[in-house]
Design a protein around this ligand. Structure first.
Ligand SMILES: [Zn+2]
Length: 818
């Protein structure tokens, strides 16, 4: 390097350094969300309420469906009556064909990918399209099987009520029906469709629906299936003010948004099956025995679940195979969808629940493999959910609420939900056991899926756009319900401290990410929004303001379709609090809370009284450490003045801290010149502390300061997030105490999701941890061995935290629990 160059780079360095200082732009974390939220309209107001011109479409259905058990297929005919309540004339209608996701050539199959080779070879998580189960073999098997399976709707006909064919075009998971006459505002149109599809096997290909194969332990032969049937008929796509026709294809992750309507559904199944479905059974006399009908009547006023069809009944039915069929008829009013389940294996219990405006029959349907867990917990968990959710939103309005145990890990439809979770039978002893995580996982999944009746089955948000609006809000409500089940309930999502690992992680996405683009569904769309709402409730607004605002949102938007802006605006409008900073930080960025207590300096008010001040100064001097020279001289170095006392005078008896008469006179003069308030302040003897905080995570947060005084007294000061308004990175806060402060802890109850608490305390605290000895493992190249070891490891840690994490991973990937 020659001289010239060196000067040049030095100059560049200096410049860069000065720019780094000058170019630090001020970021207003409290600026309004104007550029992010849509402009309010007559249909959606600036207060977050539906506007005076709010409208939504309506679709009524009459469906006749038939299960072909031998071929595992469903066929049906339906009449749709579509009400155009919009102010627009429609030339065509869009219909959702969600079964087409199961076609071998579907986009769901074709866009399946992994973030990296390691992701596939290692944990396997992150595989899209349902191939996430954590093991490569399962992923590969999924892809191979999905290419073989003849899935998707076969549309036999689309006709007007006059039986004349209607022109239609299928675009992957959607179908456009062209209307001969444009559909004018305020008018309606009825038409018929006939269709069929093969039911996917849930454990291999299915997602949210499908069948489960039960294998007889001894004969190893297929004996019976359990069918969970949903997204089974062509459904009207949503058409609404904010987005027009819903035009996002069903790629697999984004669920759906549909129109409300009335359903009249007939389901034909083998005559030894029991059917559970959305709505009320219309023909009990034709499908139930008189004993079953009598037990159902008793169940309505029972104080614990009543068995309608017992395990002995189910075991007897399982042995045969009916050759005749039976048709079950259900009606449901004002629902956005319809689903059902059927099997000859079903045990059935029920219990009524009445409170406020709610009058519901809670029912559970499960195979014997679910017992004894299911008969003990399922129906009780349904009632618990409704009781708790009613407290925070609105009274459950439907006549039934159902939990079905089958192959689907967790999925919700109006009035009915599919839930996984069973005990395991020891192969040798035949003993039934379950882990702690199985028990609480079951209660939690039932709370979650039954809870979805409120969000999004009634508060009808657009799931295909925003997973957080139903999953996040519902996970938050689930947390509230879980805490009311028992003390120390192992709730996984909601507590601020539980989101810290995620908020520390790399490659996060903001909560405001489209449903289909989310890589880490469990953390991003369930846990983080649930936690944010809990922080909003406990730390930012307080319970009273939050609960009123949240209930206002639920009441305003029940049986309507809210967008994110309607939620954000209602929460501010009804709590009287500008929360734009909160939505901006928690929902639109991946910033985290990370506050550091950088330093504290103490100030006391000078009394000016020489008796006090000189004593204080002396105490400071006395506190100074003894110098190393003085320490070593002590007792070892004879001093001249000790040998010659005549050398001592006045100054050997009095140091700088001796109060003189001159001092006293000066003080008295000063005091005479003081105003009364000045004298009072001097007397109080307050302690002042300047505390420096820095915001390392970017997310602005309220400060919760636990202050400990010299006497041991402790108290908490809560400082609103606006303390960061002038500078979101660094602030100094003045704290005044009555006695000396001995310690200060920011966020003592871990309620803000601070991702690094090692710098939250002054003085700093030692973080306790254990050093573990472990054998290091060489990387495994043997795929088969790796697979088996993982399986074994999975078994071994059933009850540990890792098992919970595993479950979370599968939930995050979205196939098991929705
Ligand atoms: Zn869910």
């Amino acid at each position: 390097m020659n001289f010239k160059r060196l000067t040049a780079s030095l100059a560049a360095l200096t410049l860069a350094a000065s720019f780094a200082h000058a170019a630090e732009p001020f970021e207003d974390k409290f600026r309004q969300l104007d550029e992010l939220l849509p402009t309010p309209t007559d249909t959606r107001t600036a207060s977050g309420a539906p506007g005076h011109a709010y409208w939504q479409q309506r679709a009524d259905y009459k469906i006749r469906a038939r299960l072909d058990e031998a071929n595992r297929a469903v066929s049906g005919v339906e009449t749709v009556t579509y009400h155009n309540n919009s102010p627009d004339t429609l030339n065509y209608l869009w219909v959702q064909l969600d079964q087409n996701m199961f076609r071998a050539d579907s986009d769901n199959r074709n866009i399946s990918s992994y973030p990296s080779r390691e992701a596939w070879r290692g944990a396997g998580a992150g595989g899209q399209g349902g191939a996430q189960a954590g093991l490569q073999y399962e992923a590969a098997r999924f892809l191979v099987e999905s290419r073989k399976f003849d899935g998707g709707f076969k549309i036999a006909s689309v006709t007007g009520l006059d039986a004349k064919p209607l022109r239609y075009v299928i675009n992957k998971t959607m179908m456009r029906i062209d209307l001969d006459q444009p559909l004018k505002p305020g008018s309606r149109f009825s038409f018929n469709m006939a269709w069929s599809f093969n039911v996917p096997e849930t454990n291999v290909l299915g997602r949210r629906m499908g069948f489960e194969r039960f294998v007889d332990e001894k004969t190893k032969q297929d004996k019976n299936d359990l069918f969970e049937i949903a997204q089974f008929y062509p459904r009207m796509a949503a058409y609404y003010d904010a987005h027009g026709w819903q035009n996002k294809q069903y790629l697999g992750d984004g669920e759906f948004t549909l129109e409300f309507g009335d359903y009249d559904v007939e389901i034909t199944v083998p005559s030894d099956h029991i059917v559970a479905a959305t709505g009320e059974l219309q023909n009990e006399g034709e499908v139930l025995t008189s004993a079953q009908r009598e037990r159902l009547k008793q169940a309505r006023s029972a104080t614990r679940p009543v068995i309608i069809a017992s395990q002995a009944d189910a075991e007897a039915r399982e042995k045969g195979r009916a050759t005749t069929t039976r048709t079950w008829r259900f009606k449901a009013r004002n629902v956005r969808d319809f689903a059902w389940a059927t099997s000859r294996k079903f045990i059935w219990d029920a219990q009524g629940f009445k409170k406020g405006g709610t009058e519901v029959l809670a029912m559970s349907f499960y195979p014997k493999e679910g017992n004894p867990l299911w008969e003990k917990y399922s129906t009780q968990a349904i009632i618990h959910t409704i009781d708790q959710y009613n407290k925070y939103s609105f009274d459950y309005p439907y006549p039934v609420a159902i939990s079905v145990n089958g192959p689907v890990g967790g999925m919700e439809y109006p009035m009915i939900s599919f839930n996984g979770g069973r005990p395991t039978r020891d192969k040798k002893t035949g003993e039934l056991t379950w882990s702690r995580s199985t028990k609480y996982g079951l209660i939690s999944v039932i709370i979650h899926e039954v809870g979805h009746n409120y969000f999004p089955m009634i508060v009808n948000s657009d799931e295909r756009q925003w997973t957080w609006m139903d999953e996040g809000i519902n996970s938050f409500m689930q947390f509230l319900a879980e805490t009311a089940w028992e003390e120390n309930y192992p709730a996984r999502r909601g507590e601020a401290r539980n989101i810290v690992d995620y908020m520390k992680s790399r490659n996060q996405q903001p909560i405001m990410t489209n449903s289909e683009s989310i890589t880490n569904r469990g953390s991003n769309a369930y846990a983080k929004p649930a936690t944010a709402l809990n922080v909003l409730r406990e730390t930012v607004l307080g319970r009273e303001l939050f609960d009123f605002a949240f209930r206002t949102y639920a009441e305003r938007w029940k049986f309507k379709r809210p967008t994110p802006a309607d939620f954000f605006r209602t929460m501010e409008d009804a709590s009287g609090t500008d929360l734009d900073w909160f939505w901006r930080g928690w929902f639109y960025t991946t910033d985290a809370v990370d506050v550091s207590v950088d330093g504290i300096s103490e100030y006391t008010i000078g009394t000016k009284d020489p008796e006090v001040e000189k004593k204080w100064k002396k105490s400071l001097k006395d506190r100074e450490p003894v110098s190393i020279t003085d320490q070593r001289n002590k007792g070892t170095l004879p001093r001249r003045v000790d040998a010659h006392p005549e050398l001592k005078d006045f100054y050997n008896e009095h140091d700088d801290f001796t109060v003189t008469n001159k001092d006293r006179n000066k003080y008295n003069e000063t005091m005479e010149g003081l105003e009364d308030w000045e004298k009072a302040l001097l007397k109080e003897g307050k302690h002042l502390y300047l505390v420096d905080f820095s915001n390392k995570g970017g997310l602005v947060t309220p400060l919760i300061l636990e202050i400990t005084l010299a006497s041991g007294k402790k108290y908490v000061e809560r400082v609103p997030a606006e303390v960061w308004r002038y500078n979101p990175k660094k602030i100094t806060k003045l704290i005044i105490t009555d006695e000396p402060m001995t310690s200060l802890v920011q966020d003592p109850y871990l309620e803000t999701a601070d991702i690094d608490t090692s710098d939250n305390a002054w003085p700093r605290k030692v973080t306790p941890s254990r050093l573990e000895l472990f054998k290091s493992q060489r990387p495994q190249d043997d795929m088969m061995k790796d697979y088996q070891e993982k399986l074994k490891a999975k078994e071994a840690k059933k009850d540990s935290k890792e098992a919970v994490k595993d479950a979370e991973q599968s939930i995050e990937a979205g196939r098991r629990v929705q």
